[in-house]
Every structure is written in structure tokens, then in C-alpha cells.
Design a protein around this ligand. Sequence first.
Ligand code: G4P
Length: 532
Amino acid sequence: MSEKNFNFVDEVRRRRTFAIISHPDAGKTTLTEKLLLYGGVIRSAGSVKSRRSNKHAVSDWMEIEKKRGISVTSSVLQFEYDDFCINILDTPGHQDFSEDTYRTLMAADNAVMVIDCAKGVEEQTKKLFQVCKMRGIPIFTFINKMDRAGKDPFELMEDIEKVLGIRSYPMNWPIGTDNNFKGVYNRQKKQIELFNGGNHGQSIAETITGDIDDAKFSSLLGEEIHEKLQNEIELLDIAGDEFNLEQILNGQLTPMFFGSALTNFGVEPFLQSFLDITTPPKPRASNLGDIDPQSDNFSGFIFKIQANMDPAHRDRIAFLRICSGKFEKGMTVNHVQRNKKVRLAQPQQFLAQDRIIVDTAYPGDIIGIHDPGIFKIGDTLCEDQSKLQYEGIPKFAPEHFAKISTKNSLKRKQFLKGITQLSEEGTIQVYKRPNIGMEELIIGVVGVLQFEVLEYRLKNEYGVDVISERLPFRYIRWIKMDNFDASTFSLPMDTLLVEDEDKKPVLLFQNEWSIRHAIERNKNVVLKEVSL
Ligand code: G4P
């Protein structure tokens, strides 16, 4: 950590907390690693993980991760750069784990969207983008793999606008595409920045900078590329959107950066601009109004629970996003939802790959606290006696469903205990058919691999074997309707009415046609994709 002495207000002001979103393989991990390289956390790139062979290096706590070679849970990394204290909320890359990813976005103040220049906007990016948009947080775009052949930069801008519905402002512009990437033109600084990576991005790239009209670039780049660049910049200046900070901070305009995480080209300029544009943690909405991060009272909310990091102890770690005040090790806080005092004895912070015990932490930081099974996702912890509650974390729409029961009816109690715990952690969502007992439950998950995680954990942690049967539903909608009455509600044949854990009525659909059908047949019904 920094050796300088910062007061509380400075500590809040220098915090930047963001999540990186992308479709698997776009380069999220590589970019994270390079940010750590520039932050001086690692000396040589390649040490965070050597992908395929060792995908689980950052968070290898669960057997299933090791078997599959994928990262099941998010991890949080903190590092310093230029007096900023940066928290990166890493999100699982595999598409099967996106509900955790969704929730992580609730704790982030900004998002960085990594896009593969050859592929453009891909499926998972679209879904994650929607959550960022819903929150109205600033979204930065990093077009990656520019060292390889890819789509035309103008085409990529159009892709983002068409598919995601957000306009972009290129902060820089690539020079030399299709295996000939040399650098970028920095539109803010109005200068050319040429990179020289040398050793395949293992260490920091060297940069040659200068004015766009500087004659040296005609010889460095060749006249054709230099002229093309001059024309393209002119076109962007005339026909492109203007830089509008307010729109960026409201998530209506995305600043766009071109680069190559692998070779480090454009990584540091991206980081610098990002830090320049983003703001420190902002006031956060609660039932008592917006809470100022600089207020004296400590408060935060739990956005993620990770169980059994150590199988021998069955411990759970609850991840808490600090929203206001200063956190100090050992402090006693009010657990609002349970109306109980809890002592935060062994808080952990995640510094690059290491977990360390943390003494102090500030708004924007994430700490991991030991959870003896008392916390739920969305719970608020605060220092004073008030009834402060941060806005809940939505339940995101599962896309896969299964009917599940225990093989051995004598194990029913264990079965229900396991299901309840996994549901509290947010691994699964549980539904029940009205008038049918708890012996048959319907489980909804965002990604199919969660079924495997569920079966594995029920067996290994609770000693329960289950019978599960996949159901053909793909869409879920929460019913918003005054005086809902199931007996008068008209449903398509292939649709199922269930209750969620809060006994709210929910519909499971097999296709979009049935959703439209249900809306047409039932006046005054509103069907929602997320439940708060
Ligand atoms: P992810 O976390 O988003 O899933 O992506 P990750 O960083 O693991 O990158 C996926 C693949 O793309 C890796 O190759 C990585 O080296 C490559 N990659 C990332 N950034 C760039 C880039 O700027 N340019 C090029 N050309 N490739 C890039 P891999 O073959 O799957 O793994 P590895 O054998 O290289 O480790």
C-alpha cells in the first residue's frame, strides 16, 4: 500500500472500483494482469495465471473448479497506481456463472467492457452490459487484440451502437491494423503514441510520442498509414460524437480505447484516461436516502457469499462492499436485517493473489468477512443504530430449470438445509408449485453448470443424493399485478405458475411467444425480468 499519509477524505477520493466484463476469451484476464503489471504488483506478466493449464490460480478453492479448469467465483484485486487505490472486481469468465457476475456488478462503480476486435460485441457482453445500463454506471470499452486482424474500427463503433444501443467516443484511434498495429492516436492529448513491446508484453511497453503532423511519423509509419490516420482523425472530429463527460458518467456514452492487452499496447494510456475520467465512489441509494461515502458512519452491503473455501471448516466468506465511513478491524456493527450486533473480527482483503487480514478499509473497498451462516446477499451492515438498508440486489432471471428431490426421503432435512444455504449464497433460485410440499422443488440457475455445482455440493457437504430432471423452461417472469388471483389468470398450456422464496408469483415460459400470449390474455399484468 502507499507510503503516503492520506486522511479519510483523501482515501475516499483516491478509490476507483470497477468490474471488467467480457465474453470468454476476449482478454479480460490478460488485461487484468497487465493492469497489475503497470500497478507494480507483479514484475512480469504471465504470473497471475498461465491460462489453460492453470485457470484456477487466483481462486482455486473448489474441487470442481480444478476439475473443470475454470474460475467459478469472482475474486477482488486491489492495487495502487499513481496515488489511486484501485479495486478490480474480477468476474467469472465462463458463461455458466453469470449470476455471480451480475451481482458483482452491483458492487462496482464503473465497468470496463473488453471486446475482441475480430468478434465485436458477443453474447455474454450483451447480457452484462444490460446490468451496467440498468445501474447507469459509466462503461469504458477496451477493444482488444488489435495486434491481430480484426474488424474495421468504424465498423466496431457501429456494432456497439447497433447491438448495445450506446454511442461511443473513441478516446484513441488505432494506427496500423491487421497484424500491423503500431500504436494509437490519443485524441485527448492530441498526440501519436507508438509502442514498442519487445518481449511479448512481459514488461511495460516503451512509447514514442509526438504531434500528428510531426514529419518523423511519416518515416516511422510510412506515408500511407500516416496519411490514412490523419484522414480518419479528421473524419472522427467532424462526424463523430463530441466528448461529453456528463454522458459518460451517466453511462450514456462509452469512451472507447483500442489496444492489445497481450503486447501491452495501449494499456497504460487506457488506465490513465480511465482514472482521469472516473469518479470516486458516489453516494449510494438506501431506504434513508442517498448515503454519502464521506459520512463518518461505516456502512456497506453484502453482494456475494462464497462457501466452503476451506472444506475442512465449512466456512463462508461474505463479500462486503463498503459504502461509507472507515472500516476498522474488530469493529462491532449492526446487522440490519437480523437486528443483531456482529463483530468483524478477521476481515480479509484481496491483494493481487494473496488474501491478507485488513486493518482499515474505505468506501469503494471490498472486504471478505467470516460468515458463520448469518448473512444473506443484499444484507446491510452499519455502524450506528439506524435502520439503514441499501437497495436490494435483484434476483436475475435464471435461464435453466430443473425439478429436484432427494433420493432418500430420510435425508429430507439435510436436503432442505443444503438447498436453503445454497439459495442464501445465491448459487440457485428456488421455486415451489403452489399446493405442493417441499419434497419437490424447482431450481432455477443462470448457467447450467450450477446444477452440477448444486449436486456436487449437496452430496459432499450435506451427504444428500438427489434426483433431478431438467425442465424445458427458458424464461422467467415475475408477475406484478394488483390483487393477483391464480384462478382467474389465463395461461398458455406450456407455462408453469410457481412461487419464489418470498412467495411471489412467478411464471416459467418455454418461449417468447408464450410470454406475449400471457400478456395479451391477462389485462393489467406486468411481467418483470428481475425481482427486487
Ligand atoms: P478471458 O479472461 O476474457 O477469457 O480471456 P484471456 O485473457 O484468458 O485471453 C484469451 C486468449 O486471448 C488467450 O490466448 C490470450 O493470450 C489471448 N489474448 C488476450 N489478449 C490478447 C491480445 O491483445 N492479442 C492477442 N493476439 N491475443 C490476446 P490463449 O491461446 O487462449 O491462451 P494463452 O495460451 O495465450 O495463455
